[in-house]
Design a protein around this ligand. Structure first.
Ligand SMILES: [Zn+2]
Length: 110
């Protein structure tokens, strides 16, 4: 990895973290405010629970990605960024550009 690359990916990751934190906040409302009384309009209780489940699993996905992005930032600081955690081979930069938070190379992610 070239000398200026870590800075570039650090910026990408910081931007991603801000976006994910925003998405978590926006999604929180859906997971927390499903009320089960009859004041939820035309949504039935089952529909409301279904919507809540979707929001919660989305929340989980965002949280996982956020954790990976934070770990990737730490790896940049320790100089270990861009190396696959499974096979220790470098991760292609095109892949890191698309998914800067990924800890796995394309082969190991399959
Ligand atoms: Zn690998």
């Amino acid at each position: 990895m070239k000398k200026e690359k870590p800075d570039y990916f650090r910026k990408l990751l910081k931007k991603l973290i801000v976006e994910l934190e925003g998405a978590l906040d926006a999604n929180k409302e859906t997971t927390e405010t499903v009320s089960l009384d009859d004041s939820i309009g035309r949504l039935s209780r089952a529909d409301a629970l279904h919507a809540q489940n979707i929001a919660m699993s989305l929340q989980g996905n965002i949280q996982i990605k956020l954790n990976l992005a934070r770990q990737a930032l730490e790896k940049i600081s320790s100089g270990k960024y861009g190396v696959c955690v499974a096979c220790n081979q470098p991760i292609a930069e095109a892949r890191l550009e698309a998914m800067p938070e990924t800890p796995l190379c394309v082969n190991c992610s399959r």
